[in-house]
Ligand binder design. Structure first.
Ligand SMILES: Cc1ncc(COP(=O)(O)O)c(C=O)c1O
Length: 557
């Protein structure tokens, strides 16, 4: 049978369209498979669901019995809470008063204050347990608040404090001396810049360097350059990984618009490697090596500590093997492999995560500590990737300038930091570094076990995460007991403890004593009472029921 030409053309077009749709469907299915099953792997769904979560909070009765504990346990908790409130009111009086006065006008403070504990408990906690946001002094491993209380620093200035506060004070003092004559001029370099570049090239093993003002900007620049040179649109990040607050690296909750050119894929997964091998729109892969401690999980803030599901486990060899696989597939496919070492750079090894895991990246971002105590972001990269223009297309440029880039005071502080990093004293801190911190973590865990409290820590070198060994709705209270014992945590609470490398055994043992005392006090006050039938799942179900009841009926279930 002869088909008329027009019918044949129609069939052919139909078949071609069907084939294209099937290919697209297959590639979408592959992409879905490479996403982590949790909400951290599904940014769009997470944003939609988050937008539906209704606000409600607990009255005083429910505050102490959100897990339906018996009345005698609730009374114990109430008495413990009020004792703590009184202690906070007197011991932290000045710091708390100034915080109260300032909070109305500092939006950052309002945010951090509100998101220290799960939102249902937040108002009551804020009314009674004011965590002061001001401090008057620091020394090596301690912070002194306005009332003269000295805390061991477990907040680590978001990771900046790698070597103790006195170290950075010295860097800044020397920086000020060296930059004084040049002053705060911008657009001209202080001569130390050349030396900084030499050292950064050596540390990173990469040919070129650019300076920025924050880690977020360094990441933006690295991704922009990768897109420019590969002429591809998408970046790949791994579920849960933090890379600063720029929209493209924060596709889920927290970003008001969807990040359309970001793929959030599963860490340590064959499906992810398959996607990297097959897709042609991927410019770069961003790796935050901190994820080795908590693959596929977000930063574990106490505000999300609704149950005891938080998990952490560090396996250096497994993560190194994963990075080697990533390296191979990126090389094969011309994808730019970017290590984001803004947080971990210099903490694991003098030459950072590349050295520690034995894998070479195409670009590396640094920040935080490398500024010697002043604000900084750095990109190091292969020469061909760092170039911001094309020799054969004069109008095709990749623009990136910043007013304060390479500020003389920051550059001289960085110079001091990098110089001191080469000293025998600092180098000695890296000898047996992991063994030292693993032994310390083990010591803390043994003491916590002996004290019979449901708390443990997991660590990746000097970064610790607190985990909880039995289901509970009140684990977030631990941060307030820790503070009462003189331990300063960052606003994410027990989700991350950051130790500076200059902690001595005696300092660490003092932290252990205080930590165990805090956990014991919390247990005595009844917060870890447990309904034997409760599981993490049943806790989450109960909270979901509450939310649905408030969403649809405006009340508690
Ligand atoms: C891995 C990583 N990348 C980027 C950033 C952003 O750096 P900054 O806060 O200096 O903008 C951070 C900050 O915590 C980080 O941990």
């Amino acid at each position: 049978m002869d088909l008329p030409a027009s019918t044949f053309a129609l069939y052919a077009a139909g078949a071609a369209a069907l084939t294209t749709s099937l290919v697209k469907l297959k590639s979408r299915l592959e992409l879905s498979k490479a996403k982590h099953r949790s909400l951290t792997g599904h940014a769009r769904i997470a944003r939609r669901l988050a937008a539906q979560v209704p606000f409600y909070d607990y009255d005083e009765t429910r505050f102490f019995r959100s897990d339906n504990a018996p009345e005698d346990v609730a009374s114990l908790r109430r008495a413990g809470f009020m004792r703590l409130a009184e202690l906070y009111g007197t011991r932290f009086e000045k710091s708390a008063r100034l915080t109260d006065e300032a909070a109305d006008y500092i939006s950052d403070l309002q945010f951090t204050d509100t998101y220290r504990v799960p939102f249902q408990h937040s108002r009551f906690v804020r009314e009674h347990l004011r965590a002061g946001a001001f401090a008057q002094a620091t020394s090596d491993v301690t912070i002194t608040d306005l009332d003269g209380n000295r805390f061991y620093d477990l907040a680590g200035s978001y990771g900046v404090n790698l070597l103790g506060y006195d170290f950075y004070k010295a860097c800044i003092a020397r920086a000020e001396e060296r930059a004084r004559e040049l002053g705060p001029i911008l657009g001209f370099y202080h001569p130390v810049v050349a030396e900084n570049v030499r050292r950064l090239r050596e540390i990173s093993g990469l040919a070129e360097v650019s300076f920025h003002m924050s880690g977020t900007e360094a990441v933006m620049q690295a991704v922009r350059l990768a897109r420019y040179h590969t002429r591809r649109s998408h970046l790949v990040r791994f579920a849960g990984a933090y890379h600063g607050w720029w929209g493209d690296v924060q596709p889920g909750v927290g970003n008001p618009v969807p990040a359309r050119e970001t793929y959030t894929l599963q860490d340590m997964s064959e499906d992810t490697l398959r996607i990297l091998r097959r897709r042609r729109d991927i410019a770069c892969v961003l790796v935050n090596p901190l994820q080795a401690l908590k693959p596929n999980a977000s930063d574990a803030a106490d505000s999300a500590l609704l149950d005891s599901e938080r998990r952490a486990h560090f396996d250096r060899a497994a993560y190194a093997a994963w990075l080697a696989q990533l390296r191979a597939v990126c090389s094969e496919r011309g994808i730019v492999l970017i290590f984001d070492e803004v947080f971990l750079g210099f903490r694991l090894a003098p030459s950072g995560a590349q050295e520690y895991f034995g894998v070479k990246a195409d670009m590396v971002t640094y920040g935080k500590t490398v500024g010697g105590g002043l604000p900084i972001g750095v990109v190091c990269g292969r020469r061909d990737l760092m170039k911001r223009f094309r020799d054969d297309r004069p109008a095709d440029i990749c623009f990136a300038r910043g007013t304060f880039n390479a500020h003389p005071y920051v550059m001289t502080a960085m110079h001091e930091f990098l110089t001191r990093m080469e000293s025998a004293e600092v180098r000695a801190l890296y000898d047996g570094l992991d063994a030292t911190w693993d032994a310390r973590a083990a010591r803390l865990n043994a003491r916590l076990r002996d004290a019979d409290v449901p708390v443990q820590v997991a660590n990746m070198s000097s970064v610790f995460m607190v985990t909880y060994t039995q289901p509970s709705r009140y684990n977030w209270m631990l941060q307030y007991y820790l503070r009462a014992e003189g331990l300063a945590l960052s606003w994410i609470g027990t989700g991350r403890l950051i130790f500076s490398l200059n902690y001595t055994d005696a300092d660490f043992d003092a932290v252990v004593e205080r930590f165990v005392a805090a956990a014991q006090a919390m247990r005595r006050d009844g917060w870890w009472w447990r309904d034997p039938a409760a599981t993490n799942k049943s806790i989450r179900r109960g909270i979901l029921r509450e939310m649905l009841a408030h969403r649809f009926f405006g009340r508690r279930a």
